[in-house]
Design a protein around this ligand. Structure first.
Ligand SMILES: *Cc1c(COP(=O)(O)O)cnc(C)c1O
Length: 438
């Protein structure tokens, strides 16, 4: 399968190139040029198929040049020592729990697959890479865990001092080994700017093999399609005639991956794009107008994105056809009050804790049911984070504290190790050259 930038569809690149470049040079996003037909593979899958089996089949079918069967199997076994879980919560709503990985959020799937394929590409060509990334909290811990102890790879993560939660800070600063956390005296925007300037510094780029692992990387996007197929295989016997996926969204990578799975033949009737008050995509779906704007702060802060980068990929899939997109994706924007209410209601009803992102998804799913009372429909809501990752908000909504899973309890015991760095691009450059030049 070949890929090209959303802005230069006539200049194909390989999967390996797309993975190491991250963002295309013209500022576009890499995107598949072909739509392989995997429908007969999907229709042959059942609830007895493990996540690894499904991921191996898809890896092999999507990338036959890079991953022959044996190699595909080994790659996904190494990438996924954890798996999604499907849970029925009643009223036709099923949760696809994606938080059973090392950082307890769905980004573990993409980050771990990316780390595994990068490691294998580097090994074949005897190269090394330095992953440089900025985080406001969640992405960084998934990247740190995913790249920990990978051969020929160093990881440098910038985070804003005093502006991530204590748990997030522990998750970033206790991995050790090849992972270094730089604690920047500035905001997340400062961290992002420093990273961006490093990538455009020709001198630095010529001296160090810097590469990004951010969420727009194809190596993170593609594996996110695997769990949509897994959910279908798990549920197909129990589903009504119609079912849709409801995806709590910020940058819209997760939703885009689901739409790709549908383009490759997954039998699903539609998608709900569930946003918080940062609702430029639901707004586009109703009005046809796309108005990016600065983000506003909400309880589901990993979805506080005002100009979602994957929108460009969605447009590419639907060939800029607004009606085509609307026929497949409907939008729902959920306010802060409804988010808190949903967390509270589920806790009172069943003792189940929901993280605020999942709560946005469930609230959007309920609204969709209310509008389509006549249809016998199921909704599969993607549950993107463990409630204990957002315990302050969950506690505010329910009055109770969600229990910590062992992965998170363990990091709280470890000692923080960070390197303080000044808020300037030259400070970052100096640090990198001093520590990573060979
Ligand atoms: C990143 C994130 C999202 C949003 O996913 P996108 O792919 O950016 O739309 C939702 N929930 C959680 C917990 C996240 O970390």
């Amino acid at each position: 399968m070949l890929f090209a930038s959303t802005r230069s569809p006539l200049m194909p690149v390989t999967f390996e190139d797309a993975v190491f470049r991250g963002l295309a040079e013209d500022g576009g996003l890499y995107h598949p040029l072909e739509e392989p037909d995997l429908r007969s593979d999907f229709l042959g899958m059942t609830e007895d198929d493990s996540f690894v089996q499904i991921a191996a089949t898809m890896t092999e079918r999507l990338f036959p040049e890079n991953f022959p069967p044996e190699q595909a199997r080994k790659t996904v076994e190494r990438a996924f020592p954890f798996a999604p879980k499907v849970v029925d919560i009643g009223d036709g709503i099923h949760l696809l729990e994606l938080f059973h990985g090392p950082s307890c959020a769905f980004k573990d799937f993409g980050a771990s697959f990316l780390a595994t394929v990068m490691e294998s590409f580097l090994d074949r060509s005897e190269r090394r890479a330095i992953i440089l990334t900025a985080t406001s909290g969640d992405t960084g811990s998934a990247v740190a865990q995913a790249f920990h102890n990978r051969k020929n790879i160093e990881v440098v993560i910038l985070y804003p001092s005093g502006r991530v939660s204590p748990l997030q800070e522990k998750q970033l600063t206790t991995v050790g080994g090849n992972v270094t956390a730089l604690e920047v005296s500035g905001s997340f925007d400062d961290c992002q700017r420093m990273v961006k300037e490093a990538f455009t510094d020709r001198d630095l780029m010529a001296r160090l093999p810097l590469t990004s692992a951010n969420s727009i990387n194809l190596g993170r996007l593609i594996p996110q399609s695997f769990y949509y197929v897994f959910a279908f295989a798990q549920l197909r016997k129990r589903l009504n005639d119609e079912f849709v996926f409801c995806v709590p969204s910020g940058n819209y990578g997760n939703l885009t991956a689901g739409v790709l799975a549908w383009r490759w033949g997954l039998p699903v009737n539609g998608f709900v794009a569930a946003s918080n008050r940062n609702d430029v995509v639901p707004e586009y779906l109703t009005s046809g107008m796309f108005h990016p704007r600065p983000s506003v702060h909400t309880p589901s802060n990993a979805m506080d994105v005002g100009n979602p980068s994957n929108f460009e990929r969605l447009l590419a899939i639907f060939h800029d056809d607004w009606n085509g997109m609307r026929a497949m994706i409907s939008g729902e924007s959920v306010g802060d009050r409804d988010t808190f209410d949903t967390i509270r209601r589920y806790y009172r009803k069943s003792g189940r804790f929901l993280d605020p992102h999942t709560a946005v998804g469930i609230c959007a799913a309920e609204r969709r049911f209310d509008r389509e009372l006549a249809s016998a429909m199921d909704v599969v809501v993607l549950s993107t984070a463990h409630p204990a990752k957002f315990s302050e908000i969950v506690k505010e909504a329910t009055g109770a504290e969600p229990p910590l899973p062992p992965e998170l309890a363990r990091v709280l015991e470890l000692e923080k190790q960070s390197v303080p760095v000044e808020n300037s691009s030259s400070a970052l450059k100096g640090y990198l050259l001093e520590n990573y030049s060979t």
